[in-house]
Design a protein around this ligand. Sequence first.
Ligand SMILES: *Cc1c(COP(=O)(O)O)cnc(C)c1O
Length: 347
Amino acid sequence: MPTRHFASDNYAGITPEAWAALAEANQGHEPAYGNDRWTQRAADLIREQFETPCEVFFVFNGTAANSLALAHSTQSYHSVLCHSVAHVETDECGAPEFFCNGTKLLQLPGEDGRLTPAGIEEAVKRRTDIHYPKPAVVTVTQATEVGTIYTPAELRAIGSMAKKHGLKFHMDGARFANAVAALGVAPREITWQAGVDVLCFGGTKNGIHVGEAVVFFNRELAREFDYRAKQGGQLCSKMRFVSAPWLGMLQDGAWLRYAGHANAMARLMHSLIREIPGVKVLFPQQVNSVFVDLPKPTIQALWAKGWLFYNFIGEGGCRLMCSWDTQEEDVRAFAADLAAAMPAKVG
Ligand SMILES: *Cc1c(COP(=O)(O)O)cnc(C)c1O
């Protein structure tokens, strides 16, 4: 039975670096609610990574990060423009609408999980009357739900369009590390330099035990976010155990090393299974996932062998997600089982 799977990067455990930082933080007493040395240092390290004086808040998960960041950027009569497969729309149980007190998510199409400036403009101009929920925010996911990435130029174009129409620019970065590693850019190039106001910077899928950072590049927008996080049940009292792992991940570049490794494992998976007759790759392989269309009996056979993976994420098909700890032998074993489980071709 396999011990590592391709279901999600949150099936993986904690990186040694994050674990060591947790252990190091577990000494003596420290002020609570984020007034500790670890939280201060982690926030400073994030500012260093982005090379700008942003405001940083640590919360427990991505749903809270996105929902509270969106709530802080909207009024209840506003709308948020998002892709139709966006996590905020399909996988957060209405939390954004709940925390926004009624703000409506408006779904936009876009190839490979990506929004386009033209699509955003169309949505803004579609209606401008009082009866329509006024667009106030555009949100993108980097990397996207279907494992693709926006280039810096694409993000700059969306940022300009947002600015043109007075929209705030939110980024769901649950897999931000994978996008940075894949693009080989400085984090600033795909965030504030592209006009992003607020980033939900994912830690969990990158290898931390729990926690995401809400990073406000628009510092005015961050005003009183500490109150919103507290009201939302997201102010951890023993905050050092949420923030310390970020030190372990950020201080020597471990976050990008692990994300790059996960990306490389997906690249290997892609190269091995794309050649198998009958396997149809659904999206360009750009980060740590491969989306494929597989025959139902093949899916059943792989599950029966003990492999765990989802077949309902994004726009359908099977999602094979690699993690910081995915090993080459895991990928090769899965690909071999997949090849063996494909129906024999007749004729
Ligand atoms: C995993 C994920 C999140 C965060 O989900 P939580 O389970 O709430 O931590 C947010 N956005 C995307 C695109 C994700 O894949």
